[in-house]
Design a protein around this ligand. Structure first.
Ligand code: HEM
Length: 524
């Protein structure tokens, strides 16, 4: 018996050691060797760090310099020795990132038949619904049908009908700010965008009608919270959890909720789902996105539509308020840009003093936004230099593929290196300089450094193809309205140290918040 137990123990130990060696050392090295053999088209960090892979650099940067994952991708993209693809090696999950337009173009032709959506990790709000939502599902016929219906309801061609609702939420959160008040802009923008998108999806005043969540705190005690606070706390929790070393080393802990913290996140996720379901069951709302989709897609299960709506909520929240923060930040960092934009607002919006700002805000004429060419270029440049999503969601190679000169094995996880494309020095002149005019065909910056027209895939803040962001039109409109609203209403200051910080940027996983002083409230 004694002997048997010892043998079993030794066999198990050898098994575990073998598993760990394979996972952390053999597999990643094999992957590197595979791509190294294929020549210079696939880049990788010069030295592989056993156990942590490229995550070591990210963690160091995150902790020591206040940098975050997006910076890592940007730094990589700016390296001199550029390759069109690179592998980003994190324990158990190597990801092949595309950053060259020709390769992207080839990849795009293979989506969705041979390359399709694969969630990179299983964490997050996507689990609130019982099934994967819009952003996590494979591109089936049913998915296409659901996506088209949802896009119709978020107003792909006439999103302007949501402007009054949007302004209501902005006025509610920004309206009471006073002259000389110091504000955490990120927080106010976050609340405004979240409450807008939640109302758009589930109905006006949803936040007042929804019940309290029983949120499980880190010490195990339950705190009753409003849905908004619950989701925000959870989002912060999940960001910090995903950077915890144990989750980095063993992503299975997140996938299968094996660590205590992940189990707690899962329980809180379910609680948010319970509150939303409860609300939907008793809601009489008929105009919300959810209600419209339920009416149109009678054969789809209610829980699938709820999951899809949550995809919209998650996809349309952080990305948009972070981009708004970047825009407001850039205006102070680049005063010439602010001057030009104010001139355009004076000429087109307030017609050189003829229309008082408060009157314009009350009767917002969205057609005037279409005339604001500089505003459009400004937002495009903000999304180029500060993309709120530094890379796409995950895709998977469904069979072995050849993309140009690179063989990609079946099962490989693939993403678009959004930030890498947006600062690609072959496509953009002075890629790190903020120049809105680069979107003006008459500007010298409109062309590539070799004086050619830019490739259509050079500009991909929302990515491209059949899985491109379904909220892009809504997002562009929201940003235009939000910026005009903010500039008509406030004068503000951002402290010099923040303006001079070259790493300050606002995007998913960014550790920064935008603080400012409101120096004048120009209208109520
Ligand atoms: C400035 C704002 C936004 C940016 C920069 C942005 C960017 C992106 C990016 C890069 C993706 C990944 C696409 C891919 O994997 O190829 C994405 C997907 C998605 N976005 Fe957005 N987004 C924004 C706003 C919105 C809004 C307002 C909504 C909804 C109302 C939204 C909903 C979604 C959804 C549902 C997906 C998943 C699409 C799919 O897999 O089919 N996004 N977005």
């Amino acid at each position: 018996m004694q002997f048997n137990l010892t043998t079993v123990f030794i066999i198990c130990l050898i098994g575990i050691i073998g598993y760990l060696l394979n996972k952390f050392i053999l597999k990643p090295y094999r992957k590197r060797a595979y791509y190294q053999k294929q020549g210079a088209s696939v880049g990788m960090t010069p030295k592989f760090n056993p156990f942590l892979g490229d995550y070591k650099l990210i963690l160091e940067n995150y902790q020591d310099k206040g940098k975050f994952i997006g910076h890592y991708a940007r730094d990589l993209a700016l390296q001199e020795n550029k390759s069109p693809l690179y592998i980003f090696q994190i324990p158990n999950k190597d990801i092949l990132c595309f950053r060259d337009v020709e390769y992207l173009s080839e990849l795009n032709k293979l989506i969705p038949k041979y390359v399709d959506r694969e969630p990179i990790d299983n964490s997050g709000f996507g689990k609130i619904g019982s099934t994967g939502g819009l952003g996590q599902s494979r591109s089936t016929k049913e998915w296409r049908n659901r996506r088209e219906t949802l896009m119709k309801t978020i107003g792909i061609n006439h999103a302007s009908k949501f402007i009054p609702l949007f302004l209501d939420h902005f006025q509610h959160n920004f309206g009471s700010i006073k002259t000389n008040q110091e504000i955490n802009f990120s927080q106010v923008a976050n609340t405004s965008v979240f409450s807008f998108i939640l109302s758009l999806i589930f109905g006006k005043n949803v936040l007042d009608q929804i019940g309290l969540c029983n949120y499980e705190q880190k010490d195990g005690s339950i705190k009753q919270m409003k849905l908004y606070d619950c989701m925000m706390t959870m989002s912060d929790d999940m960001t910090s959890e995903s950077l915890q070393l144990y989750n980095v080393l063993f992503p299975e802990l997140i996938d299968y909720n094996l660590a205590t913290e992940n189990r707690r996140n899962e329980r809180n996720n379910k609680e948010i789902g319970r509150i939303l379901n409860e609300f939907i069951d008793q809601s009489k709302e008929t105009n919300s996105v959810y209600a419209q989709v339920i009416r149109e897609l009678k054969n789809e299960p209610q829980q699938q539509i709820l999951s899809d709506c949550i995809s919209l909520l998650i996809g349309g929240h952080e990305t948009t308020f972070m981009s708004f923060s970047s825009a407001v930040y850039c205006l102070k960092k680049y005063p010439e840009t602010l001057k030009k934009l104010m001139q355009e607002i004076n000429t087109i919006i307030t017609e050189n003093g003829k229309i008082p700002p408060e009157e314009f805000i009350k009767n917002f004429d969205h057609k005037k936004l279409d005339e604001m060419e500089y505003l459009s270029m400004f937002i495009k440049e903000v999304l180029r230099l500060h993309p709120s999503a530094s890379r796409s969601l995950g895709y998977k190679a469904l069979k072995t593929l050849k993309i140009n000169d690179v063989m990609i094995p079946k099962g490989e996880i693939i993403t678009f290196d959004v930030i890498g494309c947006l600062v690609n020095p072959e496509q953009w002149k002075d890629p790190l300089n903020f120049i809105p005019e680069r979107f003006d065909p008459s500007s010298e910056y409109f062309k590539t450094p070799s004086d050619k027209n830019r490739h259509p895939l050079a500009y991909i803040p929302f990515t491209l193809g059949s899985r491109t962001c379904p909220g892009r039109s809504l997002a562009m409109l929201e940003l235009k309205v939000a910026i005009v609203y903010f500039l008509l209403k406030f004068e503000y200051q951002i402290n010099e140290a923040d303006l001079q910080n070259p790493d300050m940027t606002f995007s998913i996983y960014s550790p920064f918040e935008l603080h400012m002083k409101i120096t004048e409230v120009k209208c109520r």
